[in-house]
Design a protein around this ligand. Structure first.
Ligand SMILES: Nc1ncnc2c1ncn2[C@@H]1O[C@H](COP(=O)(O)OP(=O)(O)OP(=O)(O)O)[C@@H](O)[C@H]1O
Length: 276
């Protein structure tokens, strides 16, 4: 269980990114974090593992108060929080397997990680994970020879090799096409269900969030303005989160996309109906 209590963040520049955020995420729950640009989504995810230091408030992972740990304790606690990034954060010149194995490096001493020696059971688990994410035939490929979707699968396998309790996922589909985005979200969802893993996913695409999350949290200007089931997210709530100006263009874009797939006679009927 992850508990975020009265969390606030003000950057040195004076920007107030989060104000009094309170969230509890039970084991196994997949939460989508939505909101307009600058709402504080990335800041919130990074405050959980203290890549960004919160200004006020507490974060607990189980019984561990993350916000109280010293550097050494924090390094160890971060192993329980797998991170998946928008830009994949792979090492291009290394193979798929080596990238996945690098997820284990946090556990090893300096010399072992320097020599990149891994215990046999870790290598077996990395194979198993690569098979699970559909990359068993890409094990020896260099990371920079993969497509975006494949790179993200490597990122997912690497995060899982840590055997985390929670996944912190920052815009996992931002650089992917719509079909690959759905595949990646489905994979994250399935893996969370299989492993009773919780996840917080910062995601721009509201439809993807509704399709794949158990719960949606809407941030606006650093405050939680919606926290509920995906089907409770109606136009009124979306307007509350995004505001009129930001939300309407998204509706327009959706309508445009739908129109592309409609038969010409249906478009004609729709345009006639609009004239009435
Ligand atoms: N390193 C930083 N230094 C100063 N201000 C920052 C920093 N990072 C973010 N901010 C500010 O904090 C606020 C929240 O930013 P954040 O990146 O968390 O939002 P976001 O919802 O993730 O946005 P986006 O969807 O565009 O990525 C913004 O006003 C931003 O300008």
């Amino acid at each position: 269980m992850l508990t975020i209590q009265s969390l606030s963040k003000r950057y040195n520049t004076g920007d107030k990114a989060l104000t009094q955020v309170n969230i509890q995420i039970p084991k196994g729950q997949v939460v989508a974090l939505i909101g307009p640009s600058g709402a504080g989504k990335s800041t919130l995810i990074r405050c959980v593992n203290r890549l960004v230091e919160p200004t006020e408030g507490q974060v607990f992972l189980g019984d561990t108060q993350i916000t109280k740990l010293n550097t050494r304790q924090l390094r160890s606690a971060r192993r329980r929080m797998g991170m998946i990034f928008q830009d994949y954060a792979l090492i291009d010149r290394l193979s798929v397997m080596e990238n996945v194995l690098s997820g284990y490096l946090g556990y090893t001493g300096f010399w072992r990680s320097f020599l990149r020696r891994y215990p046999q059971d870790v290598i077996v688990e990395a194979f198993r994970l690569l098979e699970r994410v559909g990359l068993e035939s890409f094990i020896d490929k260099r990371a920079d020879e993969l497509s975006g979707g494949q790179r993200q699968r490597v990122g997912i396998a690497r995060a899982l090799l840590q055997n985390p309790q929670i996944l912190l996922v920052d815009e996992p589909t931002a650089s992917l096409d719509p079909k690959t985005s759905r595949q990646i979200m489905r994979l994250i969802r399935e893996l969370c269900a299989e492993r009773q893993l919780s996840a917080i996913i910062n995601i721009h695409d509201v439809h993807l969030a509704q399709q794949f999350a158990d719960r949606i949290i809407g941030l606006r200007a650093g405050e939680v303005v919606f926290d509920g089931q995906p089907d409770a997210l109606d136009t009124e709530m979306l307007t509350l989160i995004y505001g009129e100006e930001d939300w309407n263009p998204q509706i327009d874009a959706d309508e445009e996309e739908n129109a592309k797939h409609k038969a010409p006679d249906q478009m004609y009927m729709d345009s006639k109906a609009a004239l009435v």
